[in-house]
Design a binder for this molecule. Structure first.
Ligand code: PGA
Length: 259
């Protein structure tokens, strides 16, 4: 277990969703980069709205402490897809991560496992790291289907993706009932599903890759519960929505180890 933890750098990702203007984003990132001394051991990523990516890429590249991610992209590199953003454009902006398959994209914008599979492939081909989101609804959990749902999302989402690419993914377990509700999974509940995910990954990609793959928890992560999650052996970080919108709260989460 100790060697696994050494192998997996903790990763904390801010998912701002459709929040923060360019001005607000810049203020946040500048404060974080310049004025805050800690978060040494943790890899930190901000995923702002697409409109703020360019401005943030300038600030973040200059200081290099916080990395940049996008919340979504199309699977094609170019073409007649009005309103969509290509992974090539994100790469050009120094995005290192792209969130794929968030439950809001699945539920509100009709993204299917097949679409998510194409997007994962495309992000990997464009040399960025997908943060692949999976998770069950409340009804599915209550009827005992969590393992079935999560492993089906994994196998459909990753169908045909090479072992080499499987070693470059981050997975985020985000139970739908915990997102934006304040009703987080307990650390034990999350650990149980993370273990299931890692076991599935071991079968699919081999022990070595599975032990190196980071699995994040997401769903009502806050400064006062992050510490509990991070103590668990298969939880390697967090995808944070609401509590990432205020810089002080996000910094508390990133510095969970220094409280
Ligand atoms: P939340 O969102 O932290 O506001 O629950 C998490 C997410 O949707 O990634």
């Amino acid at each position: 277990m100790t060697s696994d933890l050494i192998m997996r750098t903790p990763l904390i990702v801010a998912n701002w969703k459709m929040n923060h203007t360019i001005e607000e984003s810049l203020k946040f990132a500048t404060y974080m980069e310049k004025d805050f001394p800690l978060f040494g051991k943790v890899e930190t990523v901000i995923c702002p709205p697409h409109t703020a990516l360019y401005s943030l890429s300038v600030v973040l590249t200059e200081h290099g402490r916080v990395k940049l991610g996008a919340q979504n992209c199309h699977w094609e590199d170019h073409g007649a897809f009005t309103g969509e953003v290509s992974p090539v454009f994100l790469k050009e902006l120094n995005c290192e991560y792209v969130i794929i398959g968030h439950s809001e994209r699945r539920q509100l914008f009709g993204e299917t496992d097949e679409v998510i599979n194409k997007k994962l492939q495309s992000v990997l081909e464009n040399e960025m790291t997908p943060i692949f989101c999976i998770g069950e609804t409340e009804e599915e959990r209550k009827s005992g289907k969590t393992t079935k749902v999560v492993t089906a999302q994994l196998s459909k989402g990753l169908e045909g993706i090479s072992t080499d690419y499987l070693s470059k993914l981050v997975i985020a377990y985000e139970p739908v009932w915990a997102i934006g509700t304040g009703n987080n999974a307990t650390a034990d509940e999350a650990q149980e599903v993370h273990k299931t995910i890692r076991n599935w990954y071991t079968k699919q990609a081999g022990d070595d890759i599975a032990r190196k793959t980071r699995i994040l928890y997401g769903g009502s992560v806050k400064p006062d519960n992050i510490g509990e999650f991070m103590k668990k052996p298969d939880i390697d970080g967090a995808l944070v929505g609401g509590a990432s919108l205020k810089v002080d709260s996000f910094l508390e989460i990133v510095n969970y180890d220094n409280h």
